[in-house]
Design a protein around this ligand. Structure first.
Ligand SMILES: [Zn+2]
Ligand SMILES: [Zn+2]
Length: 148
């Protein structure tokens, strides 16, 4: 599954004329395999052993290249570090307010929100973003343990 995604992603990069360096390959692979919406810092930390000359700035630059090629979405949270998400298909995010974990979920009916929003406001819609906040099962467990 992830092999396919990686191959698709590399094909997309090639078709946009982006050179595929070993670092870019490794960052893409990390994004696809981890599925945990990492920050640039997370990616840097997990790959610095493999690429001693790589800096966080290099990771950022590569992520920007991926974003421009449409492979990666940048999720911004005010002053907090951006998270990066490999784009597979439209999905929404459930975010744990306790540990910051982001879990993907699908809810196809929400496509209609764009049509509706456009209809009632007259805007041309480019994107929408839905985030649901709560406490993840792991954090729930910890809380229960503390309560006992
Ligand atoms: Zn949590
Ligand atoms: Zn996601």
């Amino acid at each position: 599954m992830s092999e396919l995604h990686l191959k698709d992603a590399l094909d997309t990069l090639k078709s946009t004329g982006v050179r595929i360096t070993p670092q870019r390959h490794a960052i893409l692979e990390y994004l696809i395999d981890s599925m945990n919406h990492p920050t640039a810092d997370d990616i840097y930390k997990s790959l610095e052993g493999k690429f001693p000359n790589m800096s966080v700035a290099t990771v950022y630059n590569n992520l920007r290249v991926f974003r421009e090629a449409g492979l990666v979405k940048e999720l911004t949270y005010g002053d907090a570090a951006s998270r990066f998400d490999f784009v597979t298909n439209d999905h929404y995010h459930m975010i744990c307010q306790c540990c910051g974990k982001i879990v993907d979920f699908h809810y196809p009916g929400l496509d209609e929100v764009e049509h509706f929003a456009s209809h009632v406001t007259g805007f041309k819609v480019n994107l929408h973003r839905l985030e649901v906040y709560g406490t993840c099962p792991d954090c729930n467990k910890t809380e229960e343990q503390h309560a006992n």
